[in-house]
Design a protein around this ligand. Structure first.
Ligand code: C2E
Ligand code: CA
Ligand code: CA
Length: 427
């Protein structure tokens, strides 16, 4: 049994010395568990401790005598598999660990499921040195977590990705301060009026030598480093200032802003939103806050509380990527939402996959039963748009109507579109 990070490293060094001598292979695994700290928060530390203990017992029964493992953080274990004959052998062991940890635990009469992500690196293939191997296993674990693959084996692309994350981390704060970030605006077409009456704001950032950085990567770093509230604050402020400009250009648009799950954990958020609306003199019902289902999973009570306060201010609420998570229905029951956005994964294939068309149709009916507006995302062609009109969808967004673009281009596009299509015909 190990107790911490330093012990894992020294055990790994010892094992590596033996391997240098007998020329065998070895695997190092980092096991990430998501759920312990949540349990700490909800049921108290003793519950988190119990979970750790049960994890340890399961691993003991699944691993060999010679394997070395233990917690190296509240939600992280290290594991050395020193008696391996092949990489296939290591993968089998890793999958076995994944299987036994993915089964639910009973903690004080409550069934608890943890999210497990395994990262694995091999000696000698992925490094000779204990520090490097640990680092590589850790990078692989984060890759498994990000892609929700359960197990990930280190590869050099992961390392390049983690370098990108470091660059984002190093530059983000300055980029926010120096206004190097910018927003793109993507139009939404109202299918009843046939006018563009709304836009979603999407975050953009170009790094020197790297070009455009995917917003998901920026957000992941911002969430993990505590910069998310600064970032969202910047986005909201910029979007509302821009909305005042749209107004000046004669465009009366609702603007959607994406909030991340972490934002809803901040008690000051509603006050900040209220202040920013006042600063730019934007009526609250002219902005829509988009959230995904994961927002509720983290800490339902707090998230709900924040959302209710936002609703009190008068902003609209939208559930993004609707249908992709398991909490969709819970949202509708508990939240005063105004809109749902049918996820792009269903819309893109709705003409070719019968099941997907049925899903889109059902989501539209469901939304309408709750008196919500239904927006379809990812509309890339005219046929899909026409089918959505037939299905009674309220609004559409997608490359067919316009990609996300900078403000000047957006203003030109919308002015031209709305002028040329005075409430007749579709697109
Ligand atoms: P999302 O909110 O679901 O945004 C829609 C994504 O779909 C955007 O990707 C957009 O460029 C893309 N898209 C638009 N039309 C089409 C289409 O016709 N087909 C396809 N295949 N895709 C289309 P983008 O800009 O890369 O943003 C990715 C995600 O990053 C967003 O997904 C959102 O979750 C997040 N994000 C972006 N900006 C922000 C932000 O300011 N704050 C937060 N919290 N999240 C943001
Ligand atoms: Ca969105
Ligand atoms: Ca979406």
């Amino acid at each position: 049994m190990l107790a911490d990070h330093t012990l894992l490293l020294s055990s790994l060094r010892k094992e590596l010395k033996k391997k240098h001598r007998d020329q065998g292979m070895l695997a190092i695994l980092i096991i990430g568990l998501e759920g312990v700290t949540k349990l700490d928060g909800v049921m108290g530390y003793q519950a988190g401790d119990q979970l750790q203990q049960q994890v340890t017992e399961r691993l003991k029964s699944a691993l060999r005598e010679t394997d070395i493992f233990g917690f190296i953080g509240r939600e992280e274990l290290g594991c050395i598999l020193p008696s391996l004959t092949s990489e296939g052998h290591a993968t089998l062991a890793a999958y076995k660990i994944l299987r036994i940890l993915e089964q639910s635990f009973m903690i004080e009469d409550r069934q608890v499921v943890v999210n497990v992500s395994l990262g694995m690196a091999y000696y000698p293939e992925h490094g000779n040195d204990a520090d490097i191997l640990m680092k590589h296993a850790n990078v692989a674990m984060h890759n498994a977590k990000r892609n929700k693959t359960g197990l990930s084996i280190f590869s050099i692309e992961h390392d390049l990705f983690s370098q990108l994350q470091l660059e984002i981390q190093a530059g983000l704060n300055g980029a926010i301060q120096d206004n190097e970030l910018f927003l793109h605006y993507q139009p939404q077409l109202n299918l009843h009026t046939r006018q563009i009456d709304a836009a979603e704001t999407l975050l953009r950032w170009n790094l020197p030598n790297r070009g455009a950085i995917p917003p998901a990567d920026i957000l992941a770093v911002a969430e993990n480093t505590g910069m998310i509230s600064l970032l969202t604050g910047w986005v909201l402020n910029t979007a509302l200032r821009q909305q005042a400009n749209f107004n000046r250009a004669g465009l009366d648009l609702n603007i959607s802003v994406n909030f991340s799950a972490r934002n809803l954990m901040e008690p000051e958020l509603p006050e900040f939103v209220d202040q920013t609306l006042r600063t730019w003199n934007v009526p609250p019902d002219k902005i829509t806050v988009e959230i995904t289902e994961s927002a509720m999973i983290e800490d339902e009570k707090r998230a709900l509380n924040t959302l209710l306060k936002l609703k009190d201010i008068g902003v609209k609420l939208s559930i993004d990527d609707f249908g992709t998570g398991y909490a969709s229905m819970t949202y509708l029951r508990k939240l005063p939402v105004d809109e749902i956005k049918v996820d792009v994964s269903f819309v893109r294939s709705m003409l070719t996959v019968k099941g997907d068309e049925r899903i889109v149709r059902s989501i539209i009916a469901l939304g309408h039963n709750f008196d919500l507006e239904v927006v379809a995302e990812g509309v890339e062609d005219r046929q899909t748009l026409e089918r959505l009109v037939d299905l009674g969808c309220d609004r559409v967004q997608g490359y067919y109507l316009g990609s996300p673009v900078p403000e000047e281009e957006f203003i030109k596009h919308v002015s031209l579109y709305n002028f040329n299509k005075p409430s007749k015909g579709v697109a």
